[in-house]
Ligand binder design. Structure first.
Ligand code: PLP
Length: 402
């Protein structure tokens, strides 16, 4: 672990040294990589997507904020002239109470990605390396790459879980070990037993960061209770996925106060106030007990139907419990993505370790039928529709909502 004082000194130093080549890391941003697959005339970095676009590229939730979240946000609008820090504190306390954590173990951020960058800066350095799975969410190693941090990528196991044994042994100087559970892009689970093993066997100074952005969609066991138990552990949550609030920017970090102090030192903007309407929507989401089970069921129904159809057509998919999965298209994935994009179906990207696979996010039932139709056409070598599938059983609810 890096103490906050030497961390600040390191940041000053790394600012001066910015531009030095990263060590074995991929420096493209999520957006740059996705855009690389898209015909610029219809979906450039500056253009809005076409009106009929199927956007299954960024693991967003097509349902958006829940009805109660929308109502709460709108009700908060007249008070948006105030900073309302107590409301932000209330959100952190509510999250802590619901998860049986002491209130000083939780902080909220304008998106979990902001906290993820701060955690990477806080716990890695040129002498404290980063250990990540491959493929996994790239943001930590992209940030590490900008700061001359050594990154160790460890392939997933054959069952698509994190190889915790290999990750624990990857670097004696590890400062941060990143576990995304369920994993982005595979949607696959790493067991609680494996995470407990990692906490017990990691290099002494390493912090384990478990990113639970997609946990609400899955049956994976959360490790939030291990935060309360005082482990060298940080857990990240977001309101961007199941809660459908990606554009509203709310995330939460749970850790021991001494660990939170490291990222507080990096907090910018006079403490980083969150948008008050977003905080109101997040509180309403947490206070709606039916939201997680209802949306989990909707997502699982459409995901499992889509994967079953693809497998029947002869295409391997990862056994996802999230709102995305990896699809083996048996040829360069970016080519297939570009052909789909020409039909306004925008899927995710490939990872360098699996160039023939594409990430597909879960959209609404009609959107996934558009995806199937376009995919069947592209794979058959035509751009025209090959299939006219009806709404499959179990997807009607999603169709009705969408
Ligand atoms: N963590 C994971 C695994 C993600 O996939 C994402 C976004 O896609 C984030 C964190 C960042 O999410 P946000 O900043 O919207 O909370």
């Amino acid at each position: 672990m890096v103490d906050p004082v030497s961390r600040r000194a390191f940041l000053r130093m790394s600012g001066v040294a910015a531009g030095v080549a990263a060590i074995g890391v991929d420096l493209f941003s999520e957006r740059e990589l996705a855009m690389a697959a898209l015909p610029t005339e219809i979906f450039s970095g500056t253009a809005m997507p076409p009106a009929d676009a199927v956007l299954i590229n960024f693991n967003e939730n097509p349902l958006g904020p829940s009805a109660s979240a929308r109502k709460a946000a709108i009700a908060m609008l007249p008070q948006s002239g105030r900073y309302l820090f107590p409301q932000q504190l209330h959100l952190a306390e509510l999250f802590a109470r619901q998860n049986h954590l002491p209130p000083d173990h939780v902080e909220v951020y304008p998106g979990s990605g902001v906290a993820l960058d701060a955690l990477t800066l806080a716990f890695t350095s040129p002498t404290a390396s980063l250990v990540v799975a491959d493929p996994s969410y790239e943001q930590p190693f992209q940030m590490a790459g900008k700061h001359q941090v050594q990154v160790h990528k460890v392939p997933l196991r054959a069952d698509f879980s994190h190889d915790v044994k290999a990750m624990a042994g990857a670097a004696a100087d590890a400062g941060l070990i990143y576990i995304c559970n369920p994993n982005n892009p595979t949607g696959t689970i790493t067991s609680r037993a494996d995470i407990e093993w990692l906490l017990a066997n990691k290099p002494k100074n390493a912090i384990v960061l478990v990113d639970e952005a997609y946990i609400h969609f899955s049956d994976a066991a959360s490790v939030l209770d291990l935060v309360a138990a005082g482990k060298d552990l940080v857990v990240l949550r977001t309101f961007s996925k199941l809660y459908g609030m990606a554009g509203m920017r709310v995330g939460a970090v749970a850790a021991r106060p001494d660990l939170l102090a490291h990222i507080q030192a990096l907090r910018t903007g006079g403490g980083a106030a969150l948008p008050v309407m977003s905080v109101a929507a997040a509180i309403a989401s947490l206070n709606d007990p039916s939201l997680v089970p209802t949306r989990k069921k909707i997502n699982a129904g459409i995901r499992d139907e889509t994967i079953a159809w693809l497998r029947k057509e002869g295409y391997a998919c990862t056994p996802s419990q999230g709102n995305c999965f990896m699809l083996d298209v048996k040829r360069p994935g970016q080519e297939v993505a570009a052909q789909l994009a020409s039909q306004h179906v925008f899927v995710g990207r490939s990872w360098p370790i699996w160039p023939d696979q594409l990430r597909v996010s879960i959209g609404t039932a009609p959107e996934m039928l558009r995806f199937r139709k376009a995919f069947a056409g592209v794979m058959a070598g035509t751009k025209t529709a090959m299939l006219q599938p009806a709404v499959p059983r179990g997807m009607e609810e999603w169709s009705a909502i969408a």
